[in-house]
Design a protein. Structure first.
Length: 116
C-alpha cells in the first residue's frame, strides 16, 4: 500500500496498541497525470462557482440566479464523481477482484447508490 499521508486524513488511535494510524486508504495504482489535471481543473471551476454563489448571497442577488449558479457547481462536482467512480472501477475494483476480494462489489454498490 502507498505510504503517503493525506493532509485531510484523520488519525485514529488503535485501542489495543495505542498506535496512531491513518483512516484513509491509498490507491495502489496511481491516477494518470491527464486524469489528475482534468479533475483538478473541474474542481477549481466548481470552487470558483461556489465562491460566486457565496458572493451572490452576500450581494442579496436574485434567488433564481443563485440557484442556476448552484446547479452549475453541482453539475461540475457530479462530473468529477463520475470520472473518479469510473477510475475506481477500472483500477481499484478490478485489482481487488483479481486478487480474490469479491467483497469490493458491495463497496461499489454503496458508492453507486450514493451517486445516483
Amino acid at each position: 500500500m502507498h505510504e503517503q499521508k493525506d493532509k485531510a486524513c484523520e488519525p485514529l488511535a488503535d485501542a489495543a496498541s495505542g498506535a496512531r494510524t491513518c483512516a484513509c486508504k491509498h490507491k495502489h495504482t496511481p491516477r494518470s497525470e491527464e486524469l489528475q489535471r482534468d479533475v483538478q481543473k473541474r474542481l477549481n471551476r466548481a470552487i470558483g462557482q461556489l465562491g460566486g454563489v457565496k458572493a451572490m448571497i452576500d450581494d442579496n442577488r436574485y434567488c433564481g440566479d443563485v440557484l442556476m449558479q448552484l446547479a452549475a457547481a453541482e453539475s461540475a462536482i457530479r462530473r468529477v464523481s463520475e470520472m473518479l467512480l469510473r477510475e475506481h472501477l477500472e483500477t481499484c475494483v478490478v485489482e481487488e477482484i483479481r486478487s480474490g476480494n469479491d467483497e469490493v462489489v458491495e463497496e461499489v454498490m454503496d458508492l453507486i447508490r450514493r451517486f445516483s
